[in-house]
Design a binder for this molecule. Sequence first.
Ligand SMILES: Cc1cc2nc3c(=O)[nH]c(=O)nc-3n(C[C@H](O)[C@H](O)[C@H](O)COP(=O)(O)OP(=O)(O)OC[C@H]3O[C@@H](n4cnc5c(N)ncnc54)[C@H](O)[C@@H]3O)c2cc1C
Length: 366
Amino acid sequence: MLWTKYASSGPRIARRLHISSKKISHSKVYLITSAVLTTGLIGSYLSHGYFDDKKNKYELSPSHFVKYRISHKQDIDSSHFLLEVTPLVKQKVNMWSLMTAEHIWSVEIKQPEVMVVRSYTPLPLEFNPTSNETEILKDGDNADGKLSFYIKKYENGEVARWLHRLPKDHVIEIRGPFVDYEFPHLPDELKRSRDCLYMNNFNKGININNENPKYIYQPYDVIMFTAGTGVVTALQLLLTESPFRGNMKIFHTSKNINQLGPLYSILSKLQASNRVQLQIFESDKQTRKEILKNIEKAATRPYPYKGLLPFSNVSGNKFEPILALVCGPESYISSISGNKDGLNQGQVQGLLDAKGWDSQNVYKLS
Ligand SMILES: Cc1cc2nc3c(=O)[nH]c(=O)nc-3n(C[C@H](O)[C@H](O)[C@H](O)COP(=O)(O)OP(=O)(O)OC[C@H]3O[C@@H](n4cnc5c(N)ncnc54)[C@H](O)[C@@H]3O)c2cc1C
């Protein structure tokens, strides 16, 4: 059966931050944006054991739906909630170690009554009923395949409202992963640890400065413009196993910080651990015009991609973004970077155009 997203939906297209296929360590590196059909892309990176597992109908796969039960649901405010789902059959594949921060990925949740699917971006979080806290998964732990989502329910929206109504233990069906953006794979690169983010370590003040490994390649910096639930794309990169290694700045806009619920304290931890520089703009306190003006003032111009230089060449902690990712509602994307044109990216306009960004270094996620 064909499950539709919207009448206009076509094939999902992912974009890669592309580097030359020449030997990485010495290659001249280009920042090229290339569209890749997601299904093809999945084939290219999910090699080896994944496809063996895919034959297993219980393992998460883009080609069939897998059953998950709602294991936790938590209202944040009248229109935002956290949803945690647990697969009926434990997942062998750890999506977090497979995807790492090289991919932004999502899954599709099926609404069987109206025969539609909608995309949602999983986060490596797990609700701990003993502490009543939302915790970050540890390296090597996929919590048997649990997935957590931060979801907004729109007043007349079909799927999120339905999800919100479902009781605990209700079984829903999910397929994926679908890659929405891909960063270059750096062979033999060291993993960045998440130790500084775990509650106990965080309270002990363990931070990036005393757990920084000797990377092989100089990391690249990214600037993210997010609004509403768009913040999940940044969080996925920062919280996944082998998290994003470069400097990241997030300009996040939401009605107020309360809408972020437990995600706000996670973002604060990331900020305190030097994993991200975060600026939040609250539309309860400022007009849209004022917010855009302030974002424009604070936003950086793009820097050229100098190539994957040896890590020893890293000069201080300067923030030199080579890529801008924009994620939020249509009107937000339009103000920051110009309209998307259906499934195509459309021209880069708006605030980013004014700052010298263009289609080579901007990607609009929806
Ligand atoms: C890759 C990707 C990842 C995503 N990740 C997340 C995530 O992690 N969390 C999250 O909350 N969302 C996420 N989304 C958005 C999500 O997929 C849904 O679009 C969202 O939940 C709304 O779906 P819905 O069925 O509830 O609402 P819809 O029925 O799609 O309605 C949404 C809004 O549009 C309006 N609307 C509906 N139909 C029309 C129409 N024909 N004309 C005009 N207006 C209309 C409705 O009134 C409502 O205000 C993601 C989207 C993508 C593409």
